[in-house]
Design a protein around this ligand. Structure first.
Ligand SMILES: [Zn+2]
Length: 383
């Protein structure tokens, strides 16, 4: 009887110890994903494509107008971001682009400053510090909210001349967009920022001097090109530079630094079509931007070290495709002439694209891009 009691005790002991040994691998498997994460190659290059005001309705209308296809279908991972500002549920482009560029929520109108109007470092500035090549391309003026938020800091988005001055504070390798007058025919002072940029070693040109497509670009210098005096024309009225500029930007930045590059391209006027409540305007601007998406995707497929992210800052117009529409003839209706608050799709392709699945704040775009680059705070302070 005593032996049986000892036997039972032994059995209980065995069961308990087996349980504890079973728990050890559980701890180990927690470590394994971290190891595999560090082994997943970082993105060498990031191309961030922002379709301003490009909600799901705009993408759908553009897709149908494009023969029921879009380059967006080739993206591997799709997520959604929440696009609100710190002071308003409905964001503007400035607060939204500050979230992408700096990883913070801020007030509408802010250009990469926080709620206290203090400048916050941008991903483009961080990339510059780490010796990456950097570029900005837009189909608006280059000092307009979205591109401005990556390179400038200002308490108010319409201080275009002050925003233009901030281009001299960085070593950005390439920028292409409108807004020449804010650089060389300024209201607030007599400065000529084009000459100042040239003195700093930039090759500068503009729409008045040379056609971008046929321009011989001196790759030994940084490059800036202004596509119009103020805001560029809509695509439907003859603007044709955005796909050309994006192509030039990718080949200019590719291999320029051993570290890699960061490029942001904005399809700026999809938003303006939404504000104007014009379906045709939205579609022609989407189709123009669609070419840029396809080019970036082709570059990334060949390069294999480039992460491409396509998203919007917000939806504009509350645009929806109506019952009488056909694929060849989209009839749109609008609920607003301003931005709306719906979540915005995020498409990603390339190394670390899996980071962009799920639903998250728009500020996460910044944090996920840094993670995709393989940056951590130590890497930043080391340099
Ligand atoms: Zn807008």
């Amino acid at each position: 009887m005593k032996n049986l009691f000892v036997y039972i005790l032994l059995v209980i002991f065995c069961i308990l110890s087996c349980k504890t040994t079973e728990q050890i691998p559980v701890v180990n498997t927690n470590v394994v994903p971290e190891n595999t994460m560090t082994k997943t190659p970082s993105a060498k290059n990031i191309i961030l494509l922002v379709g301003d005001g490009m909600g799901l309705g705009q993408m759908s209308a553009g897709m149908f107008a494009n023969g029921n296809k879009t380059a967006l279908e080739e993206f591997e991972v799709i997520g959604l971001h929440k696009p609100y500002a710190s002071n308003k549920l409905i964001t503007d482009s400035a607060a939204a682009a500050t979230s992408f560029a700096c990883g913070i929520k801020t007030y509408n109108g802010a250009i990469s400053v926080d709620d206290n109007k203090k400048p916050v470092v941008t991903i483009l500035e961080e990339a510059e510090k780490l010796n990456y090549a950097t570029g900005l391309v837009a189909s608006s003026s280059i000092v307009h909210a979205t591109p401005a938020c990556f390179i400038a800091h200002n308490e108010y988005r319409k201080n275009y001349e002050e925003i233009a001055e901030d281009f001299l504070d960085t070593e950005i390798d390439l920028f292409i967009g409108g807004g020449l007058k804010h650089f060389n025919r300024r209201d607030n002072d007599e400065r000529n920022l084009i000459e100042e940029l040239e003195a700093k070693g930039y090759m500068m040109s503009d729409y008045f001097q040379a056609d971008l497509a046929s321009l011989k670009i001196d790759k030994s210098k940084n490059f800036g090109y202004l596509t119009s005096d103020e805001e560029p024309l809509p695509k439907a009225q003859g603007r044709d530079y955005l796909p050309v500029a994006s192509d030039i930007a990718m080949s200019f930045l590719d291999g320029r630094s051993d570290k890699g590059f960061f490029l942001m391209v904005e399809g700026s006027q999809i938003d303006w079509g939404g504000h104007a409540n014009k379906t045709d305007y939205i579609i022609s601007e989407f189709l123009d931007f669609e070419q840029v998406i396809a080019q970036a995707l082709a570059f990334a497929k060949k390069d294999k070290e480039t992460l491409v992210i396509v998203t919007a800052d917000h939806e504009t117009g509350g645009f929806a495709i109506q019952q009488e529409s056909t694929q060849d003839s989209i009839v749109g209706a609008f609920t607003s002439n301003y931005h709306t608050g719906t979540m915005v799709p995020v498409y990603s392709y390339g190394p670390q694209s899996e980071l962009f699945g799920g639903i998250y704040e728009n500020t996460e775009i910044y944090h996920k891009m840094r993670e995709a680059f393989g940056w951590n705070d130590k890497a930043m302070t080391d340099k």
